[in-house]
Design a protein around this ligand. Sequence first.
Ligand SMILES: Nc1ncnc2c1ncn2[C@@H]1O[C@H](COP(=O)(O)OP(=O)(O)O)[C@@H](O)[C@H]1O
Ligand SMILES: [Mg+2]
Length: 288
Amino acid sequence: MTNHAIEIDIESCSYDREIVLANVRLHVPPGQFVGMIGPSGAGKSTVLKAAVGLVPQVRGRVTIAGRAVTPGRSPEVVGYVPQVETVDWHFPVTVQDVVLMGRVSKMGLLPWPSKDDKRAVAAVLERLGIGDLAKRHIRDLSGGQQQRTFLARALIGEPRVLLLDEPTASVDIKTRDDILHQLVSLNRDGVTILMTTHEVNTVAAHLPWVVCINRGIVAQGALRDVFTSDVLSRTFNTNMRVVTDAETGGLLVAEAGAHGPFAAAQRPLGVGSNQAPALSGVAAGGRS
Ligand SMILES: Nc1ncnc2c1ncn2[C@@H]1O[C@H](COP(=O)(O)OP(=O)(O)O)[C@@H](O)[C@H]1O
Ligand SMILES: [Mg+2]
């Protein structure tokens, strides 16, 4: 028996022959809000997919709220929001249909939704501020509306654990903040959250617990232990600097820092140079 909401002990994961992820040990206590960061292709989505039985080959063990997950079988207590880029938006369904799919386990034997089902869908759409979109086709939604639709689909099953894959990607700043506030509120209600993000400053830097992934776990811990130049540089395979925000005291990652593409051009220029400095800097760097 376990006390963890999420218990991932993966030796290796693969979709075909190649191992894409190895040695992932991630134990999340109930009520925690965890952010997972790492470069593109690091295996962030794969960790979440393995946790809901969507990775065909997993060596190891995954348990969500005490229930074992096996390929093709995901426990009802978990809500999963896939990365929007991986969804087929031309699939001919409405927002309401998509959300209903998340309620299948509660729908009983009849293949059509009851009044209760419809009420539940309306309530969750209302909560997420998209009540007026129920009948809209998903292909006609904005990025933020798509994200909310999939969040609604995950929430309708009243999950105790939420796994979110880049829920704030491809939305504007206001929508990102709205979505994060919704998630914080769910977390306060007791939902354990594991979320991937590529936004280190605007998202991960606000979370209590962060996991760094690069084909395996590089580090995990409280934000202050993980947001170090050493850990982040190893995670992202490039020099990263962490600075303290003078105003808030919070940590900020200097994502471009001294190694950004225009860094050389920002140094004082020699007298008499009236060429486009940034471009010549890039060209010189690119030839090396
Ligand atoms: N369905 C798939 N079939 C084969 N390889 C895949 C599949 N999905 C992801 N991969 C590979 O697994 C690795 C990790 O991918 P992913 O988990 O999507 O990374 P991230 O989410 O961190 O960008 C990548 O090398 C990717 O090409
Ligand atoms: Mg991904």
